[in-house]
Design a protein around this ligand. Sequence first.
Ligand SMILES: O=c1[nH]c(=O)c2nc[nH]c2[nH]1
Length: 456
Amino acid sequence: MDHAYDKVFRGTAFTSGTPQEVSVWEDCLFCLDVEGVIRRILKPQDADYSRILEAYRDTERFRALAEGQYFLPGFIDLHIHAPQWAQAGTAMDIPLQDWLGTYTFPLESKYADLDFARKVYQDLVTTLLANGTTTALYFATIHKEASYLLAQICADKGQRGLVGKVVMDDKEQNPAYYRDESTKAALADTEEFIQRVQELNKSTKQGVYPVVTPRFIPSCTDEALTGLGELAKKYGTYIQSHCSESDWEHNYVLERMHKSDTFALHEMGLLQDKAVMAHAVFLSDEDADLFAETGTAIAHCPISNVCFSNGVLPAARFTQKGIDIGLGTDISGGFSPSLFDNIRQAVISSRMLEEGVDPSLEPPERGLPHSRIGANEAFYYATAGGGKSLSLPIGQLEENYVWDVQVIDVNAPNTRLPIFDSGLSMEDLLHKILFLSRPENIREVWVQGECVHKRI
Ligand SMILES: O=c1[nH]c(=O)c2nc[nH]c2[nH]1
């Protein structure tokens, strides 16, 4: 028989379309084309369901989930520093500016050594895939060769990688052992990097993309920031940076630029639909409006925020304003490579913001009302919100979206995801999965219709 679809998957899937609502596709057929795009979703009551099932079920194009297994969209890590994987879990107790100088810049400077870079980057991309992360927006380092190597490793391992060569050109602000040689060199290296990654992209199915990456305003000269804005426009690339992330950083920019990060970045041509700014905890209402107007997204990194941000992102309020929000691990400001862990922390932090944390205050004075988000919103941020932030057809299991999927097995051996109640609602089941899953529960991971991770 002539098969119209490249692959057909049968099973129950959870997906998010809006921040509050989760949809469940129960026992559906997901029919993919050769590009790994979902062309049709058939429900059991649809006329074609039995015909397609019979046509594919005994072929190698067909895959059916077992009892207790579910499809979730692959996660989108919207902010991660790949080189910092080597120090994840250390130095969680010092402020950002000390942490950068004492731990992070010395570590990142080591990525001039490509053998070291290869070892760490291969391990990181493998680890992220095993944690269900199918797309990642990476900061690399200032080194163009090692940054390109990271893009190549994503290409080889089948992860959708968006990679930035980091720019840090300000001689006053960055140590001599770890900074771009000059502003001119920083821009020339970025342009060469963009061209090479755009070329590499042509040979991948899932896509790898270059990202214009000023580390943050304190690391960069005005000339570099403006030049990077021009490069992003010339090549139509993504942009990423850090924005209003802590008291120290936010106040530094106010003092130097006499305006907030948001307005300064906008002036340099660095806010636009394909821009993602990490943290953004201290946005004013005017800043937030400018994010919404320009289509700039926020990478919310709730674990990292506990350590570095001196505050909690008012995610519920910013979502209401129409800003796209996704979740980031922020390795290694955040210690965990898992977006499940960040979903949990996003919910917890928002509750602490809403209720307040100082028990010496009366309850009405303690917190910021209407700040809580639930598991549905956090799931949305890790999936559909990330996809919208990147303007890519990812993060949802719907027709015309790509098949980026993790298979969760609630019965995986040696895990703690017990289901005792056979009458559990599908929404409660999803919440159990979100709060209790460990990497052992992730049986398979697929990117653009290709299997990139399997746990036997
Ligand atoms: O969490 C963070 N991690 C970093 O590496 C960094 N650099 C600037 N600002 C930063 N924030």
